[in-house]
Design a protein around this ligand. Sequence first.
Ligand SMILES: *Cc1c(COP(=O)(O)O)cnc(C)c1O
Length: 402
Amino acid sequence: MELLRHSLRDKPDNISVHLASVRTPAVVFDERTLREDAARVHGAAKHAGCKLLYSPKANTIRGVLDAIADAVDGFAASSVFEARLSRDVLGDGKSVHITNPGMRPNEVAEIGKFCDYVALNSLRQWQMFGPTLVKSTSCGLRVNPGMSLVRDLRYDPCREYSKLGVPLDHLESLIKRDDNSLVGISGLHFHTNSEASEFSGLLATVRHLTDRVAPLLENLEWINLGGGYLFDDAGHIEEFEECVEVLSSQYGLTVFIEPGTAIVRRGCYLVASVVDCFVSDGRSIAVLDCSTSHWPEIFEFQFEPDVVGDAEDGPYEFLLAGATCLAGDLFGTYAFDAPVRIGDKVIFANAGAYSLVKANYFNGINLPSVYAITDEGELTLENQFFYEDFARQCGGTVHANN
Ligand SMILES: *Cc1c(COP(=O)(O)O)cnc(C)c1O
């Protein structure tokens, strides 16, 4: 427990004690932090004059959704399942929005039932589903403004051959032709950034839209600026406020934003235990009872997650490794004040976004249990997974007597 003692010395007492007592691997969410972060982003949105939606894509743990629900104006779903879950959590008081490039005819009835706002991803989607959806929802188009803000092509909705949104040129030429195919469209949606601390790209995009499709904007009711912004106080909130101001005052639009990461990243921990330690080519390896399959973006992006107690210049360097057969299933190299021993707990912080929601059973390693640290400071076990869950996903028959 030496490592844990060192690693938790900066944390509030109850959180330290709780993180030390969970059965690993575990995802632990902290309701108070989630509420704080949702309130922080909501404050920024409200001050600017726009509405805040949470994008459940980033984290769908039920208790996380419940903790956030009060502090937002609605949820922005990526699928029918997410829309249905959003409605379940929010009840009728708040709005549910959806956009999805793969919408199917057999989903339209449910989308109409669970959603208030739909951003159709293509003109074809609008032709196919618009006539039904306009009866019960406010329909808009997802637009691709064509201004790339993300370097990694895999995450750039404005990349060449993009599948996300109607290219702005197409919209512009429809408007010029005075085509009536856009009659019935009430809003525009775009989502073009990721992990951004400042808003210069957003402002440039909004200016681009007002330059190119002003006549359309004048006839709409709403615009959704997407997610991808962290609202971490790093910079230039006035540029964000200018975006909202232009769209709401000059064009009379209701403005929405729909971040995910900004709201959930800080409020969750991934807690693991060290199950083996040895030296390989001169480097100390600590094998954990979890895997990057529990947080696949670590492997996809090759980033090193934050570890509580990582001392930078600490004298004891360890490569933290996952429990699967994949040689590259590694969390990273960290330096601690004390040697890592079998049985120590390792706590990954800022683990709330795109972690458990993307987790899988690779190698048959069980998923982490889910715990909450409630507003009252109590630790509660929220969910856990068993062999039967794994077997069911494999499609095998689960025998009651096994
Ligand atoms: C992923 C996504 C979001 C949320 O993005 P974050 O980077 O988590 O803020 C919002 N809207 C759409 C359409 C998305 O695809």
